[in-house]
Design a protein around this ligand. Structure first.
Ligand code: IVH
Length: 679
């Protein structure tokens, strides 16, 4: 460092910058701890980002301020050539396992007789299913992180460990020994695991088999930036080398570790005697599914560490602790069939029908195979024996095929060309892992989702038509496609749950109002895959009429600005489905309409409106729609280019701004007159 300065003839950082960097590091670490460990942040993301940016700028200007414990180093230090080795002076041993209550009682009896105890007090903890690491702190600073390896030598994963939010780069508080090795488990929360795998599937990558593999794989990356991109957490469960002992009891150790900034499981308890341990086990087994991370059992450890040392170790494991394992979450069974299941959004998922088998205490008879690529990658065939895994409440998965057991004539499965529910085409859009049914407006499997979307605020804005009502309408067979909504009669509605005369009339009025819309809203309401509001708007502006969009060729669609081949294909296929066209025809017949390009040029053409405050007679969305239907535009903020500000009850600062700029204002009555006069 000193050499570099001399060569460049540069001055070191001024004392003010050194102090500021130090203050920023502490503050950011404090917020990391609040966020990652306590899950209770006290500043906004933006404020946090500002602190981080300031520190990054200081470090960029004076690289000597970039200490190894700087929180900026969490986001990925430069890639390393290879993993170095870490030697564990205190070996990282394994644990003996107990599978039954009797085995646990045996363990307790043995330990008590060895130590001459009447009753033994234990610390009970979850057994995390992850990858173990040892973190070495010298003078309170993280200097080394190693994997378990063979227990004596592991891999140096220091830059990777630094990227994990719950690994303190510097210890908090006081009283820590000069050298402190904290051991624990790197895990991925179930929810993060699910998301990680979903993202991998979307990118066409193969998913991880389970959170443990994902955690271990992420920790051992050569490039720390990859580790940084994975949602890892670290939970401390014990100690390695310690220069000055600081506690006699394990429960005390855990308390101190928590004070020094480590995440320690909230499920840790002290139990007097083995029966209390077993009660703990039964409770943990009950909540296993709800716990945020995976556990494969619980661990009982003698609380008194001085006594523990007297009990000692076998070559493999301590005599003072035992792992009481939960029933396995994996089992083998046979795939009896595979069938395509059509989801609410039209995505078709291959589902394996399994010979029923108990996994983790639950009978499993189906497992998701995600998509065609997964079926091929795992090479699952009908008749195969497979390993199934079930963790928590997630849908069971097929981990792998036991190839040695494949019977002759095991059949391969292929995605059908037509939707098994509605018969529409099945298409795999470019760049997508999933196959979809293209019968969006018609397919019974997609009915509820399609109708709900059709009615939503930014689509046709049918007020009062929420999920519950859609469920009822579809459930009772009153509505099959969005077009049926416009055939509803009052007598159909009265008698539905929570639907009196008045609310039925309100719904019919809302349906009537929704008929007057814009082409862009209508297109968006159709729920074409990949067509959001912006794309719908672009299509409407480019083509002008629905007919032209429906008849457009694939090439024609691709020429529209911002519409790529995937979206063009989705639109093209959607309109090629006879049933979708039929529903559209019926919607238009029912009176759904929008201003045609020629009819534009009404009083509101080219006029810009801003809405402020609540209107009595209509919602903001409705006001917007009516302005748009007459060719006007609604924007968010008032400028000199605004033509009118519509002022409702309790207007905001927009009214003041309108007055300041001299923009005309309309109260609700004047606004209504304008609308009616222009219609
Ligand atoms: S204590 C001397 N406590 O399980 C060994 N280990 O099967 C002390 N593990 O290598 C280990 N959760 O990686 C301990 N609460 C917990 C644990 C735990 C998970 C892992 C650890 C250990 C393996 C043994």
């Amino acid at each position: 460092m000193a050499k570099g300065e001399a060569a460049q003839g540069r001055q070191g950082p001024p004392p003010g910058a050194v102090r500021r960097a130090e203050a920023l590091r502490r503050e950011i670490e404090y917020h990391n701890w609040r966020y990652y460990v306590l899950d209770s942040p006290v500043i906004s993301d933006a404020e946090y980002d500002a602190l981080m940016r300031e520190l990054q700028e200081l470090e960029a200007r004076w690289p000597e301020l970039r200490t190894p414990d700087s929180p900026t180093q969490r986001v990925g230090a430069p890639p390393r050539e290879d993993m170095g080795e870490v030697r564990h002076r205190i070996p990282m041993l394994s644990l003996d396992n107990a599978f039954t209550e009797e085995e646990v009682r045996d363990f307790d009896r043995r330990l008590r007789s060895l130590l001459g105890l009447e009753v033994a007090r234990y610390v009970c903890e979850p057994k995390f299913d992850g990858a173990s690491v040892s973190l070495r702190y010298e003078e309170g600073i993280l200097v080394l992180a190693g994997t378990r390896g063979d227990g004596y030598r592991g891999e140096d994963v220091t830059p990777n460990a630094r990227t994990i939010g719950t690994v303190p780069l510097r210890l908090q508080g006081r009283g820590w020994p000069r050298v402190l090795e904290v051991r624990g488990e790197v895990v991925i929360r179930k929810e993060d695991f699910r998301r990680l795998n979903e993202e991998r599937l979307e990118r066409g990558e193969s998913p991880f088999a389970n959170p443990r593999n994902a955690a271990a794989g992420s920790l051992r990356q050569l490039d720390p930036a990859v580790t940084a991109s994975r949602p890892l957490s670290f939970f401390a469960w014990g100690l390695g080398e310690v220069s000055e002992p600081f506690a006699r009891y394990r429960h005390e150790v855990m308390r101190r570790l928590r004070q020094w900034g480590f995440a320690v499981s909230a499920y840790i308890e002290v139990a007097e005697g083995v029966e209390a341990c077993l009660r703990y086990y039964r409770r943990m087994l009950e909540i296993r599914d709800q716990a945020p991370f995976e556990m494969d059992g619980v661990v009982y450890k003698l609380d008194d560490m001085a006594l523990s040392e007297r009990a000692g170790y076998t070559a493999r494991a301590p005599r003072w602790a035992v792992a009481h394992k939960f029933p396995a979450e994996e089992a083998t069974t046979v795939v009896e069939d595979i069938f395509p299941s059509v989801g609410r959004t039209g995505v078709i998922t291959p589902v394996a029908i399994l010979r029923p088998v108990e996994v983790g205490g639950v009978t499993v008879s189906r497992a998701s195979l995600h998509n065609q690529d997964e079926v091929e990658r795992k090479d699952v065939r009908i008749g195969d024996t497979v390993i199934v895994r079930r963790a928590g409440e997630v849908i069971p998965e097929i981990v792998a095929v036991v190839e040695e057991k494949r019977p002759q004539g095991a059949r391969r499965w292929h995605m059908p060309k037509r939707c098994p529910v509605c018969g529409a085409e099945v298409v795999r859009l470019e760049g997508e892992a999933a196959h979809r049914c293209m019968g969006g407006l018609y397919c019974p499997a997609q009915r509820k989702g399609a109708i709900r979307h059709f009615a939503s605020r930014r689509a046709m804005d049918i007020q009062g038509l929420g999920q519950k009502l859609v469920d009822q309408l579809v459930g009772q067979g009153l509505v099959e496609t969005p077009a049926d909504l416009y055939c509803l009669r009052k007598e159909d509605l009265v008698g539905l749950e929570r639907m009196a005369e008045k609310s039925a009339q309100n719904l019919l009025d809302a349906l009537e109002r929704s008929k007057s819309t814009t082409l862009a809203r209508f297109l968006y309401a159709l729920g074409i895959p990949h067509v959001g509001e912006a794309t719908a708007q672009t299509l409407a502006e480019h083509f002008g009429t629905l007919e032209r969009i429906m008849e457009a060729s694939l090439e024609g669609l691709q020429q529209v600005p911002d519409i790529g081949p995937v979206v063009a294909q989705a639109i093209h296929r959607f309109f090629r489905q006879r049933h979708n066209r039929e529903v559209i025809r019926r919607l238009l017949e029912a009176g759904v309409h929008w201003p045609s390009p020629r009819r534009r040029g009404g009083a509101l053409e080219g006029k810009t409106f801003v809405l402020t405050g609540a209107l009595e007679g209509m919602t903001r969305e409705e006001a917007k729609r009516r302005i748009e239907a007459l060719g006007g535009r609604v924007t968010e903020s008032v400028s000199r280019r605004t033509d009118y500000v519509v002022v409702g009850r309790d207007p905001g600062s927009k009214l003041e701004r309108a007055r300041a700029l001299g923009v005309p204002t309309l109260d609700e009555r004047a606004f209504l007159r304008l609308l009616e006069g222009s219609g």
